[in-house]
Ligand binder design. Structure first.
Ligand code: C5P
Length: 218
């Protein structure tokens, strides 16, 4: 893409998983590596944007010229996003946020006991929907990882969450998406879409950033 396509823009990206505590030593999480979010941060910085990653726990080095705000839970991530929002022009939600968290966090380690235990979960806030619904005008981009009817579900999510753009990928296809090195996505907006060819995550990230730069209202 054009060098400096995002010059002067401030980009905030969520990345990685969240961890939802059960007790002081246990949590619920997922296998997100954070690679796609960090690749997007690198591409945004390369396009000239002032870039921040709000990152769940991952094993990745901070990309050059990118500031990383480490968070743990979904609620931590929402709080960090709300704080970053006044100084944000483009918000990209790439994190695999846990949909639910334990209803109660035990202050002491849960002891082994009965053969069967039941865990009550409550819904976490939807971070990207909250950002899209906020008063602060920000170009909002979400991700949709689907296993079927990928484009239809992604378009539904674009509308329901009030996003400007959504990046859809088929996670039923081994070798792309979660924890892999490659990805293959379709970028959708209100009145158009474009399929990006399968490639390494940094190439796909550059393609997504180029689409954002193209669709951004001036
Ligand atoms: O609804 P679903 O989880 O499939 O939506 C995925 C998109 O929403 C991703 O962009 C993800 O980062 C974002 N999301 C979020 N907060 C949540 C759940 C998902 O920001 N609690």
């Amino acid at each position: 893409f054009e060098t400096g396509a995002l010059q002067g823009k401030r980009v905030v990206i969520t990345a990685g998983p969240t961890r939802e505590a059960l007790d002081p030593v246990r949590y619920i999480s997922n296998h997100s590596s954070g690679k796609m979010g960090y690749a997007l941060a690198e591409a945004a910085a390369a396009a000239g944007a002032q870039t921040t990653v709000i990152s769940g726990p991952v094993n990745l080095p901070a990309p050059e010229r990118v500031s990383v705000v480490p968070v743990t839970s979904a609620r931590d991530m929402l709080e960090a996003c709300e704080q970053a929002l006044p100084e944000c022009d483009i918000f990209i939600a790439c994190a695999a946020v846990a949909d639910y968290r334990p209803a109660d966090v035990q202050t002491q380690k849960i002891k082994k006991g009965p053969d069967e235990v039941h865990l009550a979960l409550v819904k976490n806030p939807d971070i990207v929907a909250a950002v899209a619904a906020s008063d602060h005008p920000v170009f909002t981009v979400g991700f949709a990882a689907e296993t079927q009817q990928v484009i239809e579900y992604a378009r539904g999510k674009l509308e329901r969450k009030g996003l400007d753009m959504i990046v859809a990928n088929d996670v039923s296809d081994q070798g792309i998406g979660f924890n892999s090195e490659e990805n293959e996505v379709t970028v959708l907006w209100a009145d158009g879409e474009i399929a990006l060819p399968r490639a390494g995550k940094s190439t796909v990230a550059a393609g997504i950033i180029a689409q954002i730069a193209l669709r951004l209202s001036p």
